[in-house]
Every structure is written in C-alpha cells, then in structure tokens.
Design a protein around this ligand. Structure first.
Ligand SMILES: [Zn+2]
Length: 158
C-alpha cells in the first residue's frame, strides 16, 4: 500500500502539473513524504522505518490506533502546523509544508477507497468514508497499474 500512496501522489501531481495548475515550485518530495506520513501510526508503515521517525512512531502507537487520530483532518492540520514551523526554522520555502499537507490529504483520500475506510473528522465525528478496494487485493493491483498507465501517458507529454 505505501507504493500505491506514493503513486497516487505522483499521479495527482503530474495531472495538476500538466494542466498548468502547479509548477515545479511545489516540492515533489514533500508531497511524496506527506503521502506516506499518516501511516506513522503503524509499525510496518514505510515512514515508521526512518531513523528519528521510528521513535516518534513508537511513541504514537502507544496512544493511537492504526487509522485512528493520524488519519483525519484535525491531525493533518496539526502536522501542517508542525511542518510550517520546521520549514520556517530551516528557512525552506512554505511550499514544502504545503506539499507535505497535500500529500497527507491524498493519503486520507486513498485510504478512503479501502473497505476499512477512515474517519475524516475524528475525534470530533466518527462517520467513516470507505469504498471497496482492499489492501493487497486484485482491485488494488488493477488500480496501481491503472495509475502507472496514467503516469506513463502524462510523462509522454512534455
Ligand atoms: Zn493510512
């Protein structure tokens, strides 16, 4: 699933880039990082394997469940605030934080395609948004290769 999240983010980025809504000022790698960040609440999450984030992930897993707090709008805004502080401290462009945020939201959107779904407004509201694409299923593989096809087509147009 992390590869699907990365591919969703790359595809959306390329679509907006090709129709001229975003240039390359939106930091692509921040978007990709944001697209895998919410799974910091899972021990096998791709982002949970990075050095310092392994510690953060371990601490978070003691207080939240997978697809719990980190998978909602309130958490995305909290992490947007933190990323703005970090980009400001490191004197980076604000678009780094915004790219991270867009990637984060794309992660939530992609997880909403799963039958487990997510609660977008937790802890304030427990309504779930979900669909039918199970993790590791044939339908996820078809979705994945469809996205690869879209990326291939988009990259073929300069
Ligand atoms: Zn997730």
């Amino acid at each position: 699933m992390p590869w699907t999240h990365l591919l969703v983010a790359a595809t959306v980025y390329l679509v907006f880039n090709r129709i001229g809504l975003v240039g390359f000022e939106l930091p692509f790698f921040a978007l990709l990082f944001g697209s895998i960040f919410p799974d910091i609440d899972h021990p096998r999450g791709m982002v949970s394997q990075f050095n310092i984030l392994k510690v953060v992930s371990g601490a978070l897993q003691r207080v939240v469940t997978h697809r719990g707090f980190t998978h909602g709008i309130p958490a995305s805004l909290l992490f947007l605030g933190i990323s703005i502080q970090i980009t400001s401290f490191l004197e980076l462009d604000i678009f780094v934080a915004l790219g991270f945020f867009v990637g984060y939201i794309l992660h939530l959107a992609a997880d909403s395609l799963n039958p487990t779904g997510i609660k977008w407004f937790q802890p304030f509201h427990n309504g779930k948004i979900r669909w039918r694409i199970s993790t590791g299923s044939l339908s996820e593989r078809i979705f994945f290769f469809f996205l690869i096809g879209v990326v291939g087509i988009l990259l073929s147009f300069q």
